[in-house]
Design a protein around this ligand. Structure first.
Ligand code: ARG
Length: 408
């Protein structure tokens, strides 16, 4: 009888390389390696593909999903201004659902019974993989070698690899664990595990030190949006993907887009995380500025709450869930008139909105001005305040009556 098959989410790194051999040895399965190009900066993916075959995968696939990632996934994050705990633009949390989608597709294509990932038992990514897979095909089974095996230290893993002829990294391993894609980079481990220690400058690759002298002058950028998505930079039409790259460069050059935070993982652990997200933060800043101009007050305020919930769901691995889908519907309907231009100024680690305009602007000069053009009915304010404040007034009278005046 032929063996059962497993599709392994393969990165080319030591963990998932050892996993190929371990799955064959311990689980007696045929391994199909799948590497997904989500715009990570690392190595040549053809080399990664060959490496999996060299270790003994029966099939090794690389899929370039960058366009789909931008259009179907990042677009939703931007419309949602998604920031977990009001800070983190969900870099890793965004790439997992699209990787999951392609893992499940590959499993169906190759009639695999299992999907495997190289996550540890301590992070969010295992949750994102497994819940996502269950949502797309509840009959697929999961294998999680790194969570199961007894290779406690990296040395043990290296020994395991060397004994079996698995190529091991020849350069000294970076002390950091890095995960990146075209929405940004996440950096953890090493000295960063002490939340009091300032991150060393060598962890950054996308952003310049804002103290540097390469940018002593402010620089401006004008982003144009249509229905919530960027379509042009400085008047030049370009794809969303290209705009992300250009914003990464420009904001990165000015040292904008570093985050140093303590974050609450779903599994209950607080961790110290560093992110480099110049493009993502720039685009969210601009998108929010345009929404401030175009969204009616109640809608804007309500959307702020929805945004928080959306980010939390996606962080917690619920991309493919009915609530997240329903919230997408809400968010999409808010974006119809989010069209216009935003002008940003970058300088010494900052990115600030300095101008915004839209054919759908709700800003009414005649209502807002203190000049002669003022059409706002000042007298109407009195009646409004009387009624708005009426419950407070009633409450205060009652307090006086019972002798508790002045106490809250
Ligand atoms: N803490 C972040 C998250 O859960 C980043 C995880 C990064 N993963 C990694 N292997 N370095 O989304």
């Amino acid at each position: 009888m032929s063996k059962e098959k497993v599709v392994l989410a393969y990165s080319g790194g030591l963990d998932t390389s050892v996993a190929i051999q371990w799955l064959k040895e311990e689980k007696n399965v045929d391994v199909i390696a799948l590497a997904v190009d989500v715009g990570q900066e690392r190595q040549d993916l053809e080399v990664v593909r060959q490496k999996a075959l060299g270790i003994g995968a029966i099939e090794s696939i690389v899929v370039d999903v960058r366009e789909e990632y931008v259009e179907e996934f990042i677009a939703k994050a931007l419309k949602a201004n998604a920031l977990y705990e009001n800070k983190y633009p969900l870099v890793s949390a965004m790439s997992r659902p699209i990787i999951v989608k392609h893992l499940v597709e590959a499993a169906h294509k190759h009639q695999a019974k299992y999907i495997a990932h190289g996550c540890t038992g301590k992070g969010n990514d295992q949750v994102r993989f497994e819940v996502g897979i269950a949502a797309l095909d509840p009959d697929l089974e999961i294998m999680a070698p790194v969570r199961e095996w007894d290779l406690k230290t990296r040395e043990q893993e290296m020994d395991y690899a060397l004994e079996r002829g698995i190529p091991v990294p020849t350069t000294k391993k970076s002390p950091y664990s890095i995960d990146d894609n075209l929405w940004g980079r996440a950096i953890e481990c090493g000295v960063l595990e002490d939340p009091w220690v300032e991150p060393p400058s060598d962890i950054y690759t996308l952003t310049a030190d804002a103290r540097g002298h390469q940018c002593d002058e402010p620089e401006y950028a004008e982003l144009s949006f249509e229905q919530g998505l960027p379509v042009a930079l400085d008047g030049e039409k370009m794809s969303f993907h290209e705009i992300i790259n250009r914003m990464n460069e420009l904001a990165g050059k000015h040292g904008f887009g570093r985050i140093d935070m303590i974050e609450n993982r779903l599994i209950g652990v607080k961790s110290r995380e560093i992110y480099e997200v110049p493009g993502a933060l720039t685009l969210i800043t601009a998108h929010k500025a345009l929404e401030d101009l175009c969204l009616e007050r109640d809608l804007l305020h309500y959307k702020l709450q929805i945004e928080q919930k959306w980010a939390e769901l996606v962080y917690n691995g619920m991309w493919y869930s009915p609530l997240k889908e329903a919230l997408d519907g809400f968010i999409e309907s808010t974006q119809q008139l989010v069209t216009g231009d935003v002008r940003l100024r970058f300088f010494k680690g900052s990115c600030v909105t300095v101008g915004r305009r839209s054919p759908y602007s709700l800003y009414d000069y005649n209502l807002a001005t203190y000049d002669a053009a003022d059409t706002f009915d000042h007298k109407a304010a009195k009646g409004f305040i009387d009624l708005h404040g009426l419950p407070t007034k009633v409450w205060a009278r009652q307090r006086r009556k019972v002798g508790k005046e002045g106490e809250v």
